[in-house]
Design a protein around this ligand. Structure first.
Ligand SMILES: *Cc1c(COP(=O)(O)O)cnc(C)c1O
Length: 364
């Protein structure tokens, strides 16, 4: 089988050494395995700049969405009210979870290419004291916009709200000091910037908050508090855990540390992204998000002209070894290119040459 490079924001291209960890079978209740879980939990806190006295890392089976749902289940009661800030499909997915659960919430929605506005949020918080929780996506993977987490974190502190951040596609690739931001729940998953394979996600939760959440969840399997209690004893997961995925993730964390941690990974991703944006711009393929709002993770590009056929372009690029991502916007024709994972400058340069070749072929 041809080993394609995935320019998608998860699952993404992983190293062979990460994949090799999955060649062994492990027992969920065995001491050696529980040690791996505990090691992962402490490494995640280290990446977050958080101390074990103030925060806990809790791992949860499922894709990222399951973990978002577990936080909403566990942290928000029927007496609470959430303010969900959205500018993309992942924010809207949080709204959908809240609707399924019958949570009290209001949505503050801005256009996909815009930042939420501080003055607007302030007004909402002043006018609606019933709000207890604020929720926002950090990197909106829909467009690639990197939302102003500092501004929102400061507002949540000023108004004394519990802050939940979906940092699924940014944690491990963008530096974030979780304690100084005062984030109460940060959510991410195995198969994004930490460069593991899919199968579970994790939450970095402020203990002060989490400790008060016993009995809140209306879902047993998604009860983050119960999961934390069990896991906190000695590293045992509740119910079957994705053992192969967990072992691969442990390796991926070691490789992230060996690369030089989050700042080194950020530098690599940023460079990849800059080259990509610049080269495609020269070919008349413009990015949807302006440069100062662009994350180093994924870029949404507008179709270069009327006759551009994404299916044809996708097949052309795939034949040459790279997998792209379709767009997720409804009002304009776009496609997306992720630049995270085991992807280096030479890969991006190779891709840009393929795109250039394709554009040349198309013009003729
Ligand atoms: C990937 C991602 C998710 C989770 O998606 P799953 O398909 O459930 O893993 C949630 N939020 C954001 C911002 C994401 O990028």
């Amino acid at each position: 089988m041809n080993n394609l490079k995935l320019l998608t924001p998860g699952p993404l291209t992983t190293t062979n050494t990460v994949k090799a960890e999955m060649l062994y079978d492990r027992c969920t209740w065995d001491q050696d395995y529980k040690v791996i879980t505990q090691k992962i939990r402490s490494q995640l806190l280290e990446l977050a700049g958080a101390s074990m006295h103030e925060y806990a890392a809790v791992l949860m089976q499922g894709s990222g969405t399951f973990v978002v749902e577990s936080v909403l289940q566990t942290a928000i009661t029927n007496e609470d009210k959430a303010l969900i800030i959205t500018n993309g499909a992942y924010g809207e997915r949080i709204v959908k979870i809240a609707q399924y659960m019958g949570l009290h919430f209001s949505e503050y929605r801005v256009d996909y290419h815009q930042y939420p506005k501080e003055a607007d949020i302030r007004t909402i918080l002043e006018e609606d004291p019933a709000i207890t929780h604020m929720i926002m996506v950090h990197c909106e993977t829909t467009t690639g916009i990197l939302n102003p987490v500092d501004m929102v974190a400061k507002l949540s502190k000023d108004f004394g709200k519990t802050l939940i951040i979906d940092a699924m596609s940014s944690f491990g690739g963008v530096e974030m000091d979780i304690p100084s931001l005062g984030i109460d729940y940060l959510i991410s998953s195995a198969n994004k910037c930490i460069q593991g394979v899919p199968g579970f996600g994790f939450v970095i939760a402020k203990l002060e908050e989490l400790l008060g959440c016993g009995g809140n969840s209306r879902s047993l399997s998604l009860d983050l508090y119960d999961q934390w209690r069990e896991m906190n004893r000695d590293g045992k997961w509740r119910y079957t855990s994705p053992t192969h995925v967990v072992a691969a993730f442990s390796k991926a964390l070691d490789e992230l540390m060996a690369e030089g941690g989050v700042s080194a990974r950020y530098t690599r991703y940023r460079k990849n992204n800059q080259i990509l944006r610049e080269r495609l711009e020269r070919l008349g393929i413009h990015a949807y998000i302006s440069e100062e709002k662009q994350s180093p993770i994924i870029t949404t590009f507008l179709f270069p002209n009327e006759s551009f056929d994404f299916g044809d372009f996708y097949a052309y690029v795939k034949e040459r070894g790279f997998v792209l991502y379709p767009g997720k916007l409804t009002d304009v024709d776009t496609f997306r290119i992720g630049n995270i994972g085991e992807i280096y400058e030479e890969d991006i340069l190779a891709l840009c040459n393929i795109v250039e070749e394709y554009m040349g072929v198309m013009v003729k």
